[in-house]
Design a protein. Structure first.
Length: 160
C-alpha cells in the first residue's frame, strides 16, 4: 500500500533543494510561482522538468503557451520566493515593481537570480493534482559565484 500524502510530505521535507520561480506568459497575461519540484533531466538534449499544480494560473499559462522560464534564486531572494509562493494571491500581480527581462520565449525572468532558463514544453505527464512538464532549454544565462537560496524542512537556509 502506498504511503499517504502526509507521510510523503514529511519525508520530502528532509530533501534539501534549491528554490526557483517558474513563469509563463500567454496572450498578454503573465504569472509565476515558487517551485522546488524542478530538476535537470538531460544535458544532450538540454531538458529540465517542473511539476505544477493543476489549479494554478502558472499551470494554465504553461499549458496554453507551451513555454516556461525558470529563475534560480540567490540567498538574497527569500522575500521574492515568499511573494511568488502565495503571499500575493493567485489573481494578484506578483511582478508589480520587480525588474524582469526576456530571453527567447517571452516568459518573464526575474533580475538578480543566479541563473535563468528559457524552455519550450516538449512533453507533459498529467497527474491527478499536477502536471509534469518536460522542457527543452532554448536559452540560458548564469551569474557565476553567487550563493543559492536553499530550502530544507520548511525553512530557507544558507550554505555553510
Amino acid at each position: 500500500m502506498p504511503v499517504s500524502a502526509d507521510e510523503l510530505r514529511q519525508a520530502m521535507r528532509q530533501w534539501t533543494t534549491g528554490v526557483t520561480i517558474v513563469t509563463s506568459r500567454a496572450e498578454g497575461i503573465q504569472h509565476g510561482m515558487t517551485v522546488n519540484s524542478f530538476t535537470s533531466i538531460s544535458l544532450d538534449p538540454p531538458l529540465v522538468a517542473v511539476t505544477l499544480a493543476n489549479h494554478t494560473r502558472t499551470h494554465a499559462l504553461v499549458a496554453r503557451s507551451g513555454v516556461f522560464a525558470v529563475t534560480i534564486l540567490s540567498q538574497l531572494q527569500a522575500e521574492l520566493a515568499d511573494r511568488f509562493a502565495g503571499r500575493i494571491p493567485e489573481d494578484g500581480d506578483r511582478f508589480h515593481g520587480l525588474a524582469t527581462f526576456l530571453l527567447s520565449s517571452g516568459a518573464p525572468l526575474l533580475a538578480d537570480g543566479l541563473a535563468w532558463l528559457d524552455c519550450r514544453v516538449v512533453a507533459t505527464h498529467p497527474l491527478p493534482e499536477s502536471t509534469l512538464f518536460l522542457g527543452e532549454v532554448d536559452a540560458s544565462r548564469v551569474i557565476p559565484g553567487g550563493e543559492p537560496l536553499v530550502y530544507h524542512s520548511r525553512i530557507y537556509r544558507r550554505l555553510a
